[in-house]
Design a protein around this ligand. Structure first.
Ligand SMILES: Nc1ncnc2c1ncn2[C@@H]1O[C@H](COP(=O)(O)OP(=O)(O)O)[C@@H](O)[C@H]1O
Ligand SMILES: *[C@@H]1O[C@H](CO)[C@@H](O)[C@H](O)[C@H]1NC(C)=O
Ligand SMILES: [Mg+2]
Length: 353
């Protein structure tokens, strides 16, 4: 900013503007910048905050809206006696999810729906425990022997219904490029968190098409994104040369990354043992498609798309090693939000400063 101010000063001096006016102008510029930064700080809630939310409790405890204290995760016994199932609100390959009630709170009870997928269910629970943070749905309890997990309930449901929600009269005011871009930043921040998690680099594998991706994330009532389904989250360890595969079956289509496709052509039948493994850059490949969904088609979405063109082109590099890290995508998104927001708030200031 000092450089910018020096430049403005020099320019103004060159044009021989009276010193009083100069001082006033500089003050005005400073004030505008100050107000803008204050505003941006309020707006980009997810920017620059530590991973651990202050409303979180120590490991093994949780806090819910109306409750003041941290309670320990509910055990099998507490779940069986204190939780009442109300209705089924979702079903995936692994779990059946019920809106339920616990001490006058709405909670979400997930139960194993396919007994062949016990491993996945337990892996998801393990991840949920280990990754509790502002990016992950809050764990309230679990019962391993009955294959049930209790989490915070989010009435807006998964990201699949984002467009329907934003069309409701009550949320219409939130259907702006700015809000939508902030959701995309939330999403990329979650990918960044998973790629740099306390457990190491985790790949979001349950993501073979856009709808699948969207169904693994929840939309909170204050319009933020949380990751909910952590059942398919293998660990990459580059220093140990350990890569991953998302499942044992052949993947097809353009949504998955090219390195996830069978590389030996149609003449050679698919064989899992011959399929080469890959790393977390498959998540980066998918970011532009998910971001496009978030941006939608409102006034200003296309301008955001235009500004994200280069970073998205980089995400779609065929060679995974050439794709940017989640950190780079996240930084670019945040920079663009600041830039575009400044443009929208004070048209022409970019040229002036
Ligand atoms: N805490 C929750 N609040 C509201 N809806 C939820 C919650 N958890 C899951 N759901 C709904 O249930 C669906 C399936 O949940 P998910 O955990 O992805 O199951 P699966 O492992 O079988 O894919 C989600 O896409 C979402 O619509
Ligand atoms: C990765 O592998 C190395 C070497 O085997 C090991 O020391 C390290 O703990 C592993 N890291 C993670 C995150 O598992
Ligand atoms: Mg799911």
């Amino acid at each position: 900013m000092d450089k910018k101010l020096q430049y403005v000063k020099k320019e103004l001096l060159r044009r021989e503007i009276p010193p009083v006016l100069l001082v006033l102008l500089l003050l005005a510029v400073l004030l505008l910048n100050f107000l803008l930064y204050m505003h941006l700080n309020n707006v980009s809630i997810t920017t620059g905050q530590p991973d651990v939310d202050s409303s979180l409790c120590p490991f093994g405890y949780f806090r819910l809206g109306s409750l003041k204290n941290c309670s320990p995760w509910l055990s099998c016994e507490a779940i069986n006696t204190e939780v009442r199932k109300l209705k089924c609100v979702g079903e995936g390959a692994v779990k059946k999810v019920f809106l339920s009630e616990w001490k006058e709170n709405k909670v979400s009870l997930s139960q194993l729906a396919n007994s062949e997928l016990k491993e996945d269910f337990l892996h998801g629970l393990k991840m949920l425990k280990a990754l509790q943070s502002k990016y992950v749905v809050r764990l309230l309890g679990y019962c391993e022997k009955q294959f049930t997990v209790l989490t915070q309930y989010h009435p807006l449901g998964s990201l699949k219904s984002l467009n329907e929600m934003l069309d409701l009269p009550r949320y219409k005011g939130l259907n702006t490029w700015h809000r939508r871009f902030m959701l995309a930043i939330d999403y990329v921040s979650i990918i960044h968190y998973l790629h740099n998690s306390p457990l190491g680099t985790l790949v979001m594998c349950d993501s073979n098409d856009l709808d699948k991706v969207l169904s693994q994330y929840l939309l909170t009532s204050d319009f933020h994104v949380l990751v909910n389904d952590l059942d398919a989250l293998p660990l990459v360890n580059k220093s140990a040369g350990r890569l991953v595969k998302c499942g044992h079956r052949e993947l097809q289509g353009e949504f998955v990354a090219p390195e996830q496709l069978w590389p030996y052509g149609e003449e050679v039948p698919f064989e899992d043992d011959l399929m080469p493994p890959y790393d977390e850059k498959t998540d980066i490949w998918k970011i532009p498609d998910v971001a496009n969904f978030f941006l939608g088609h409102v006034e200003g979405s296309d301008i955001v798309r235009f500004h994200l063109f280069d970073i998205h082109a980089a995400c779609k590099k065929k060679n995974p090693a050439e794709r940017p890290s989640a950190q780079m995508v996240m930084d670019t998104y945040r920079k663009m939000l600041t830039l575009l927001f400044r443009e929208a708030a004070m048209p022409g200031t970019r040229e002036m400063l």
